[in-house]
Design a protein around this ligand. Sequence first.
Ligand code: HEC
Ligand code: HEC
Length: 620
Amino acid sequence: MINKLTDRARTRAMRLGLALLAMNAASGSPAAEPAAPCYLGPSALAAAPDGSLLYVACADARQLVWVSLPDGTACRHVSLPDRPSGVLCTPDGRQLIVTCAAPASTVILLDAATGDTLRALPAGHTAVGPAWDARRGRLYVCNRFDNDVSVFDVLAGVELTRIPVAREPVAAALTPDGRTLVIAHHLPDARTDLERFERIAAGVTLCDTRTLATRVLALPHGASGVRDVCLTPDGSYALVTHVLSNFTNVPFRVDMGWINVNVVSLIDLRRPRLLGTMGLDELQRGAANPWGVAVTADGSHLCVAVAGTHELCIVPTSRLLNERARRSMSPLPGAWPVYPSLGTSLWQRVALSGKGPRGVAVVGSTAYVAQYFSDSLAVVDLQAATEAAVRTIELGPTPEWTQVRRGQLLFEDATICYQQWQSCASCHPDARGDGLVWDLMNDGVGNPKSSKSMLWSHRTPPAMAQSARETAEDAVRSGIINILFSHRPEAEAAAIDAYLKTLEPIPSPHLRDGQLSDAAQRGRRLFESEAVGCHRCHPAPLYTDCRTHSIGTAQSPRFNNRYDTPTLVEVWRTAPYLHDGRYRTVYELLHEGRHGLAAKAAETLTEDDLRDLAAFVLAL
Ligand code: HEC
Ligand code: HEC
C-alpha cells in the first residue's frame, strides 16, 4: 500500500524543509505588509480540547491566529506558506495540523504551545479538510482538484498513499473508531441533458480506512455547492451542508424555495444510507448558502453557519433524529417549506455580528463562527441564543472594504435577494458553475443551459451560451433583477463587476510541475495545426474568438443553433461540457461528439490523438 515518493515529491519535500527553516525564523512575527489592504479572511477554526484557545485559519492573511478564551485576545500569529483552508488540533492538544491550499499544497504540523513548525508535508492540488486518526497517527487530507485523498503517516513524515475519489472532495470527517472516513464532494459529476431520468447530485464517499475501499452515497437530486461535513460524537451520523437546487423548475419565481433551498443532509453511518435532508429555510425567509457545520461535544446541538444570510442555525440533535420531524422538514420540490405537521421551523436562527460566516467550532455550549468578510469571530451562547447575546472577537482592525471586496461580499450575499433565498454564489459557487443546468427565461423556455463560470466573463463577450446578453455587465444586472428578484443600487452591480474582473485562473491539476505533459504537448500541436484547427475558434490567450458559431449542437430544431465559443481556460473544472452539459468529459465531447472535427484531416484522428487533444485542453 505504501507508495514510494516520486522524485518530484521528494524535491518538493526538500524545498519545503528549507522553507520551514525560514518560517521558523519568522514565526511569531507578522506577515510582511503588502501594498493592497491586508484582509485576514478567517474561514476555518479549531478549539483546543480544554477550551482555552482557538486556532483560526485566516485565509487571506495566510496566517494561523491563536485566540485565548474566554477573553478573546489574539495572542499569536504564525505565517503560513499558502492560504490555510483547514485546521485541526490533535486530541492531546499538543499539535496543530493546517492544510495550506495551493496547486502544490503543504500540510503544516505546528507545536500548539510554541507555534513552531514541526513538519511540512507536500500534498496535492488545493488541500483541504484534514481528518486525524490519533490511534494510528494517520492524517487524511482532501486534494480538492486532484480528486483524491492523501493518507499520511505523520510521525514518519511520509505520504502512504492517495485514495482516488469523486469530483472535488472539500471536507472530511473520521468516525471515532477511525474506521470510516466520510468525504463530502462539492459538485455533481454527471451529464445534465438527462436530468429528468437520472439523479444529478453531489455525493459523499465513505472510505473504509483499513481496506481503502470506497463507496459513494448520492445526496438528493439537485444537491450542489456542498461545503462541510461533521459527525455526531458517537460516529453514528454524518451531517452535510449543501444547496438543493430545483433546477428542473423554470425559475420564474424565487419564493417558497422555487429555485434553491438550503439544507443539511443526514447520513446514517451504521447502515450506510441517506436518512433525510432537512431544510433550514422558513416559509418567507430563506437561509441561503449553509457552510460550516459542527455538533456540541455532548451531541445535544447542531450548529450551521449560514454564509448568505450571516446567521447561525441551531437545532437540538434529538429533533433531527426524530423520524416525524425529519419527514416534515424535507423539502418538497416547488412546495417547500410546508412543515406539514409542525407549522414552524425547528431551527433557531441567530443573526451574527459580521458578514460571511464560514467555519464553526464549538466549546462546551458556546459556538465560535469565523466571519470571513469582517475579520472577526462571532461568539454564540447556545443556551441563550438571542441576537443580543452574540458577542464579537475582533481578530484585527475592522476592515475597510475595497470595491472588489464589497463585490465579492455582494456576490455571496443572499440578503440582496427577495426573501434571502439565494445568492449569486448559489448557482456560481466560488464564482464558477454548479454542475447543473437552468432554464433561464432570457432565451425562451425548454432549453436549459449549464451554469457558467464567471472566470473571464467580462473579457469574453458576448455573455450566456446563446449570447442572450451582450456583455457580462448586462448579465450581472439582469441576474440581480431576474434571478434574485431584486432592485439594487447601480453601485452594487458595479462592485460585483469589479470583483468578477479580478478572478484569475487556477493552474490546472493536469500540469506536471507547471508544464504541459508529453501528451498535452502532442495535443497542443494538433490543436494548433491547420488540419485540426481548434485554434481558429479557440485562439490563445483567451481560447475563444468571442464569436458565436453554428456547429450542430442545438438541443432541438426549435431553437437557434448558434452558440458562443466558451473560453477553454479552466475547462478542467467546468464539467459537464457544451451548453447543455451533455458530455461528462472532454474526451467524450471529442470522441462521441466529434466536436470541432468536421475537417477532412480531423476525421482521421486516432483515439490516442483525441486523448492528447483532451490532455491539452484540460491543462489550460
Ligand atoms: C438559478 C441559478 C443562477 C443564479 C442564482 C445566478 N445565475 Fe448567473 N447564470 C446562471 C446560468 C444557468 C447561466 C448560463 C446561462 C446561459 O448560458 O444562457 C448564468 C450566466 C451568468 C453570466 C454570464 C457568464 C458568461 O460568461 O456568459 C453572468 C455574468 C452571471 N451569470 C452572473 C450572475 C450574477 C451576478 C448573479 C447574482 C446576481 C447570478 N449570475 C445568479 C445561473 C444562475
Ligand atoms: C467553428 C468553431 C469551433 C471550432 C473549430 C472548435 N470549437 Fe470548441 N467550441 C465551439 C463552440 C461554439 C462551443 C460551444 C458549443 C455549445 O455549447 O453547444 C465549443 C465548445 C468547446 C468545448 C466545451 C467547453 C465548455 O465549457 O463546455 C471544448 C472543450 C472545446 N470546444 C474544445 C475544442 C477543441 C479541442 C477543438 C478542436 C478539435 C474545438 N473545440 C474546435 C466552437 C469551436
